[in-house]
Design a protein around this ligand. Structure first.
Ligand code: 6GU
Length: 246
């Protein structure tokens, strides 16, 4: 999968994504992430890409033409269809696992990052397919949000993680949160690893993880549980854990 990030701060995005799992996937050519500096398309000697707002208001707005030229440099309009373009914006649909799965289906995804007060609406209307936010708070720019989106999509691409189970068992993939996990030693600060984990009984372990995942979801994110249909039998098991914990 190919990502193209249009930004005024390409180094910020590049530095974050060149490390660890995403960095390794790029080295293996499973992913390519190009960061394009919008300033290179300013059309003037000073690299100026912003101006004051019409109608008043503080700050500066990114202008249409540099953003349009940067986007147009990514494909040959006479031969190729326009790549899917996401604009990082606090006004967008909030990122979810489901949204990331949808975006993972594109071979080429363009991510546009705004800065200053934002970008002139006219170029957004022309090139952007959808706005995506990463939560109900405001950041200084879209770059950190773009890194979040790319990270979340990338780990679902075949070959990025060692195996697909690695992500399918995680929190949010199934609609509920992941159960607690344990490693050696068996006893630490007088705390024992749950007996079932040491039993070697895979069916029992799987069931323990499922019910404890549901229990944690009920305690921490009841809003997520409302979307699942929990059987009476499962509720009994969840409530039993609650009794044991209290
Ligand atoms: Cl995508 N951009 C900015 N500037 N702030 C945000 C955001 C994006 N998502 C949440 N807050």
């Amino acid at each position: 999968m190919k990502f193209s990030v249009l930004t005024l701060f390409p180094e910020q995005v590049k530095n974050f994504l060149s490390e660890s799992i995403i960095g390794r996937a790029m080295e293996k050519d499973i992913l390519s992430i190009d960061c394009i500096d919008i300033r290179d398309f300013s059309g003037n000697r000073y690299g100026k890409v912003d101006d004051t707002l019409f109608g008043g208001g503080t700050g500066m707005l990114m202008q249409c033409e540099p953003v349009f030229q940067a986007f147009s440099s990514l494909y040959d309009a006479s031969k190729e269809t326009k790549p899917h373009c996401v604009f990082m914006s606090p006004k967008g649909q909030v990122l979810s696992q489901k949204k990331a799965q949808e975006l993972a289906k594109y071979d080429h995804l363009v991510i546009l990052c705004g800065h200053y007060e934002g970008i002139d609406q006219r170029v957004l209307d022309e090139i952007v397919d959808e706005d995506v936010s990463i939560g109900d708070y405001v950041l200084t720019g879209g770059e950190v949000a773009a890194c979040v989106v790319i990270d979340c999509i990338s780990r679902m691409i075949d070959g990025v993680l060692p195996n697909s189970e690695a992500y399918e068992e995680e929190s949010h993939m199934s609609g509920y949160l992941e159960a607690p996990q344990y490693t050696k030693p068996n006893i630490w600060h007088d705390k024992k690893v749950p007996e079932v984990m040491l039993s070697g009984n895979h069916a029992k372990i799987k069931e323990w993880k499922r019910i404890h995942g549901l229990y944690d979801t009920w305690k921490r994110r009841p809003d997520m549980l409302e979307k699942l249909e929990i059987s009476a039998e499962d509720w009994q098991k969840i409530l039993k854990i609650d009794k044991e914990d209290s």
